[in-house]
Design a protein around this ligand. Structure first.
Ligand code: FAD
Ligand code: NAD
Length: 470
């Protein structure tokens, strides 16, 4: 069929749906085109099922820790089938919520098919549909990046798209990648009784950049997880017992181990390689992604002029997180309606959280952004150690550290990195304070109740304040 639309949105994920709503509110009748199942990556195979697995792992962990508090829950049994069933039941509720929302939209809002560019204003789908669009939004997200060596695991290779479908928990799991997904899922599986080894080429654990925090993360995670960081994997093969991995460990010693499954958590790759971007007349960056303005979501033409094509969510390669996909989608949908005029909207303060235990947070500017740059002498660091922090000890969660970074002249808080208890909450407090450009002094005038984890934040703020202009 032939379609004509003011706005063709490629991808009905978080960014695409948010753009659809914003564009409709602004008076457009957008056409949303999706080549996979509805429900979004976040709800189907991302944020939500991973946090459901972590919730079960946290429950098991608390029971395992209880005897140290004098509480003896008896033999702890993890029913892997029940864990996975509950995960999928709750996950399906979230997915259904999204699907119902799309189903409530007017007919002809959604087209199924895989989209490619024919020319800057013309798209076609693999089902033979042709779309002429005044403006276009790229909201195509990403898919797992799988290094070719990992394919040797054959039918025992899992990514985030298969792991939540396992009928029960595996006995053993080799996790490749020590980034956010590898750490979150690897630790959760280990706490649920799965024998986990985590392989990574470097010694970097998760996104924290502050050397003191990286060291703390390494010391903490290697207490319980078999970390094969800096290992060199020689061969991976599908064997009758599962997946056999031969590798040189960090000391150069040859090892061979067999696992039930291999989980690839080795980063994400853009889906834009499948849309014939060459036909879109867009300027691309070194990664092959369209050059775009994060304040308008607008792409740039080959000749440097502003394009009628917008980009949002993970496809933009800017901040691949759910709340950012939502914001970018909204911005893109609204600007597509205003096009050729566009509005600039300031971005929120960056906030990254990792739902491990201890959790990780980066609020505002990271260590590298502030301290690996010229002018780093303008930055003071304040620190707190949670190993002896009162409330953290009370709750037996006394691990990790917090670093806050402030401007040495104005005292304004610029960034923070944390590994520690409740980093998801302290990270928000820090991000909100940074967004309001509060100074250390103003922050120290706020109430700090006793005994709370926030007192750890106060320690870090005080230590930075004491170093200002010394
Ligand atoms: C395991 C995991 C856990 C995560 N946990 C968190 C978390 O806790 N917190 C957080 O903030 N973020 C988390 N994320 C990241 C978050 O899920 C993403 O940032 C977010 O889903 C991106 O949304 P999006 O709209 O850009 O992409 P998506 O939701 O992936 O949507 C893109 C859509 O485009 C479709 N598409 C692609 N190409 C085409 C084409 N050619 N034609 C038609 N349709 C196409 C795809 O099928 C897909 O439906 C997690 C991600 C993963 C993988
Ligand atoms: N809590 C959250 O907000 C959350 C949770 C999960 C995912 N996410 C999002 O999903 C994105 C992707 O997560 P991810 O963990 O896949 O990516 P990542 O970039 O965080 O980590 C990828 C890891 O894979 C390693 N790696 C790459 N190639 C490898 C190879 N051949 N062998 C071994 N290791 C290899 C990298 O060194 C790195 O440690 C995140 O950046 C984030 O935006 C967010």
């Amino acid at each position: 069929m032939q379609y004509q639309t003011d706005l063709a949105i490629i991808g009905a994920g978080t960014a695409g749906m948010s753009a659809y709503k914003a564009a409709r509110k602004a008076g457009l009748q957008p056409l949303l085109i999706e080549n996979g199942p509805l429900g979004t990556t976040c709800a189907r195979v991302g944020c939500m099922p991973s946090k459901l697995l972590i919730a079960a792992a946290d429950a098991a962990h608390q029971l395992q820790q209880a005897p140290e508090l004098g509480i003896h829950p008896g033999t702890i049994q993890v029913d892997g089938t029940a864990v996975m069933q509950r995960l999928r039941k709750e996950r399906d509720r979230f997915v259904q919520g999204v699907v119902r929302e799309v189903e409530g939209w007017p007919d002809n809002s959604l087209l199924q098919g895989s989209v490619q560019f024919v020319s800057p204003n013309r798209l076609k789908t693999d089902r033979g549909d042709q779309i002429e669009a005044r403006t276009i939004l790229l909201a195509t997200g990403t898919r797992p990046n799988i290094p070719s060596q990992l394919l040797n695991a054959g039918d025992r290779l899992l990514t985030n798209e298969q792991v939540f479908e396992l009928p029960t928990l595996p006995r053993s799991l080799a996790v490749f990648g020590a980034g956010v997904i590898g750490l979150e899922l690897g630790q959760a599986m280990q706490r649920l009784g799965v024998e986990v080894s985590l392989f990574a080429r470097t010694r970097q654990l998760g996104p924290l950049q502050d050397p003191a925090l990286q060291a703390s993360a390494l010391a903490t995670f290697e207490e319980t997880l078999d970390l094969q960081l800096g290992s060199e994997v020689k061969t991976i093969s599908r064997t009758p017992a599962g997946v056999t991995i031969s590798y040189l460990n960090a000391n150069g010693q040859p090892q061979t181990k067999t696992f039930d499954y291999l989980l690839a958590a080795t980063g994400r790759q853009s889906n834009l390689d499948r849309v014939q971007l060459e036909a879109a007349n867009l300027l691309l960056d070194r990664r092959g992604l369209p050059v775009s303005n994060p304040l308008t979501a607008q792409c740039t033409n080959l000749d440097g002029s502003p394009s009628h094509i917008f980009i949002a969510g993970d496809a933009a390669g800017y901040r691949p997180l759910l709340h950012e996909a939502n914001d970018e989608g909204h911005l893109a949908g609204r600007n597509a309606a205003l096009w050729p005029k566009v509005e600039s909207r300031p971005r929120r303060t960056p906030l990254t959280l990792v739902f491990t235990d201890p959790q990780m947070a980066i609020a505002g500017n990271s260590y590298n952004q502030l301290l690996n740059q010229p002018g780093k002498q303008q930055i003071v660091i304040g620190e707190a150690d949670f190993s002896n922090q009162g409330r953290a000890r009370v709750m037996q969660v006394n691990k990790g550290r917090l670093s806050v970074y402030a401007d040495n002249n104005s005292g304004i808080l610029l960034g923070a990195e944390m590994l520690g208890p409740a980093a998801e909450h302290l990270g928000h407090l820090l991000a909100w304070s940074i967004q309001q450009q509060l100074t250390l002094e103003q922050l120290l005038q706020q109430p700090f109740y006793h005994p709370t984890l926030e007192e750890g934040l106060r320690t870090a703020l005080r230590s930075a304040a004491a170093r200002i202009r010394q």
